[in-house]
Design a protein around this ligand. Sequence first.
Ligand code: ADP
Ligand code: MG
Length: 642
Amino acid sequence: MTIETAIQYLPGVGPKRAALLESELGIVTVGDLLRLYPFRYIDRSSIVRIADVQPDLAQVQVRATVQKVRLYAKNGAELPPDKLKYNLVSRLSAIVADESGEMEVVFFKGVKWMHSRLTPGATFIFFGKPAIFGSHLNMVHPEVDAPDTANTGVLTGIYPSTEKLKNAGITGRTMLKLIGTALEGVLPTLQETLPDYVLKEKGLVPLTFALRQIHFPVDQAALGKASYRLKFEELFLLQLSLLKQKYIRSRNAVGLKMPAVGDAFNACFNALPYELTNAQKRVIREIRADLMSGHQMNRLLQGDVGSGKTMVAVLSALIAVGNGYQACIMAPTEVLAQQHYANVSKYLKPTGVRCALLTGNTGVRERREIHAGLQDGSIGILIGTHALIEDTVQFRALGLAVIDEQHRFGVEQRSRLWNKGWNSVPPHVLVMTATPIPRTLAMTLYGDLDVSVIDEMPPGRKPVTTLCVGEGKRHAMHNFIRDEIAKGRQAFIVYPLIFESEKLDYKNLELGYEEIVKAFPLPDYKVAIVHGRQTPQEKAFNMDAFVAGRAHILVSTTVIELAEEDLKLRGPGDLEGTMQSGLPISLNIASLAKDGLILNDARAYAQHILDQDPTLSEQKNAPLAQELQRDKYLTKDYSQIS
Ligand code: ADP
Ligand code: MG
């Protein structure tokens, strides 16, 4: 048996269970089963003093002596211990104590058997989930073992499971048994995934030890070493794969050379009503260096809402235009695209550069005009939604693609853009996001992107605060909005889209709009509304009213054209929720949120190894090269798509 053996052939599995293991947990091979790690452990390796028991702990065990046992009837009356009829007993309660304190143990079932065992003066190991009942500590239906036969000294793994698996008899116990069988079958011939020198330099335990101890730990220390090794391995191989791709791309990917700043840039820059912040200037310098380099830019621009990313996008687009290329700016929703279009048109006035808006709602005739303008080059900047990357949209010479709010766009779409470059050279790519993710996480989430950060707000702008307001505080929220409006500010209210039904979403938006209009009546307040069913003129009218300050409140829904598509693009937001969406891999053991230190170390180490052997062709790195051949890493290699 090897890790490649189909799971069906593992003794105890067979075709039926194999099908379930695959559909429920994605387990196809014996190796997959071994890489399904417990998500927690029941710790029976230590005995807790009753005084130290925390009621929120998962499960604990205490060693205690029975003090007193009482039996109760259904109506709560205590039953006399003599002339007992057990069928009248609905509850057994025993007070047990150690030297530090006492607690109650309670049984509703198996009362007769427990009554015979729990004789006052006898000592047991009680293992279960503690709770506070009334004012005292209790444990309902604990496992009760004599101290010499108790299953102490053991950490038992708990595995992910589903109702279907349980119904098919694959319980936690079965899982442990299957994994035990798999370990015995595979370990003798198991190949180490990390080179010896890596294990030594990073102080990691061997894979065989790690796999055995992650499933059947002898103690906390062994579990710690096993888990560290597996987390490091996972993050290290991931980083190695990303950095290697980046290396290959930077070597191969020729980029369009844009040596000039250009007149358009200067015209826009000189007409700016404000001075750029230092952060904006720095980021534009970074982008300009990329555009001049002759290599394709793949850059992530991160900055809070209101930090001025749009300006950076516009100036970058104008560099492209100034060098004879075109640029596009892609937003995740129709409303955002409209907003960009309104802003960008304003900035472009002094430049004479023509820009156009293309969304799913653009009419046939207008669309035809836009297509023509893109092909003859008269449109310099195209702004829009997903509609931009349709195959029918052809540029004369696309030099830069800006993608706003990457988390809505998959890596695949980014690669579709690449086909729209000029002369088979992919356009430069700038991805903008307001999601505040730490740099290293960003690098992992967005693979091989370089990262720029706008860490400064324009003068007078405060960073946006996110508050969660409960339904009951609706009134307070309205008052808050009234106060802000009184100060001359505006409010933008978004009704999120629920995927199941467009009708319902629209209904929600309508109801929401009515409620807002009631709370903010004319003539004191003007409320504008924007949604996907309006004509472009209606939308523009409402947006303009808000942008120009004629409306105090803009109510909008996040209108998404492709809803189903969107779900697909985001990928399974499994382990880390939104954090991980867009990441085209799933992690088995490491957590991007919790294992930041290991991630940093793994990334630096991967870089260190690649500095010396960028293609991993040295003999000592053969195991690494082989690991990166696995499906898990190959599917992410989008660098080959263009
Ligand atoms: P983001 O896209 O990062 O959320 P925007 O680009 O929409 O932010 O900018 C928010 C607002 O700040 C816009 O009204 C913009 O005109 C303004 N702004 C941008 N840069 C500056 C600056 N350097 N000084 C003053 N205002 C700025
Ligand atoms: Mg923005």
